[in-house]
Write a protein that binds this ligand. Structure first.
Ligand SMILES: NC(=O)CC[C@H](N)C(=O)O
Length: 348
């Protein structure tokens, strides 16, 4: 039964089945991950996007809050070949439209050929094709969501493991996944989570051993204040970043970022370390990349598929960043050592 529509750029409309009602718009992207739907759906980096799962069955091991990466669902809508009732009911309770019973291979092929694109969704008994097209026509480019940080960051400073014996970490929350904070706390760090627009004075008040820029949604150029913190602290305090964090650090230190055609989203992205030649499997979710690292950062790791920079470092200035997600939720644990390395820079 057709009671849902997915409208893609060029006004192409695909018919589907409604699993959670509503209308929505966002940049449509796909993940090839075959597990981890709870983590992906609660990853703040998917804010303002419509998430299509290329794996055909989503929900086959239920929905458990322990696996959530934040306190809400972030994609504007979810698209799957087949979605279980567990997932559909969860998305409905969150007010996030969801559709299934469509050929997701078709959407993935279209995105691979044409690039990530705008999308409109309409789902439910009373919706029409035109509703999906109206959403599409109101959809903005990711880069035009200039204050997206405000949608995903903490409003006030939050402290985790205040009495921890390890490093004092100032983590700039551009939309941080919970497991990044957990990975630091597990290693005894006291983690002060700052709003995405925190000032130099705010951060200075905790006298950090490490400045850590988190992952986050949208265009890294829309996180200027985090970049200013990097410029302020470089050379004085060790710097670390994950995903958007790598991009913000590169932009702040003379590098450049650009939008990729359709990005990397999945749990089996191979990354090669240029110093050891070792390849690790990684979890990824990004649509922008570092195009030029600038003269302060060396590219130390690259993606095996397309050679894009996956790791940037400077030993003298104590900087380590990763484009992928070493916290590995979901995904292979190959790169968890990143947290030991960055806390090592902080003297632990
Ligand atoms: N996971 C992330 O931090 C994503 C970074 C950035 N929003 C991108 O799409 O490239």
């Amino acid at each position: 039964m057709t009671d849902a529509y997915v409208a893609l750029e060029g006004d192409r409309v695909i018919e589907a089945r409604a699993r959670a009602p509503g209308t929505a718009r966002g940049e449509v992207v796909f993940t090839t991950a075959y597990t981890g739907y709870e983590e992906s759906l609660t990853d703040p980096s998917y804010e303002e996007q419509v998430l299509t799962f290329s794996y055909p069955l989503i929900g086959n091991y239920g929905v458990r809050e322990e696996r959530f990466e934040s306190d809400r669902v972030h994609p504007r809508a979810a698209v799957a070949r087949e979605m279980t009732d567990d997932v559909a009911e969860w998305l409905e309770s969150e007010g996030v439209p969801a559709v299934d019973h469509l050929d997701t291979r078709d959407i993935v092929t279209e995105i691979r050929d044409e690039g990530a694109m705008k999308c409109g969704i309409a789902a439910g008994p009373d919706v029409t094709k035109q509703d999906a097209l109206d959403e599409l026509h109101q959809c903005k480019h990711m880069s035009d969501h200039t204050d997206i940080g405000a949608q995903v960051s903490v409003d006030d400073v939050e402290v985790h493991n205040e009495d921890g014996d390890g490093a004092t970490v100032a983590l700039v929350d551009c939309g941080a996944k919970g497991s990044i904070i957990e990975s630091l706390v597990e290693r005894d760090a006291a983690v002060h989570v700052f709003p995405y627009d925190a000032s130099e004075d705010d951060v200075a008040a905790v006298d950090p051993d490490l400045l850590f820029i988190s992952n986050g949604p949208g265009d890294p150029q829309n996180f200027e204040q985090a970049g200013e913190l990097v410029e302020t602290y470089v050379g004085d305090v060790p710097l670390a970043g994950i995903c958007l964090g790598q991009q913000v650090v590169a932009n702040a230190l003379g590098g450049e970022t650009e939008k990729m055609e359709f990005g990397h989203r999945g749990v089996n992205q191979p990354v090669r370390d240029l110093r050891t030649n070792q390849v690790v499997m990684t979890t990824q979710n990004h649509g922008y990349t570092v195009a030029e690292p600038g003269d302060k950062l060396d590219v130390t790791q690259v993606n095996v598929n397309d050679d894009t920079p996956e790791g940037l470092e400077n030993d003298d200035l104590d900087i380590i960043t990763r484009q992928y997600h070493p916290e590995a939720n979901p995904g292979p644990h190959d790169s968890l050592g990143f947290f030991d390395d960055v806390l090592g820079m902080a003297g632990e």
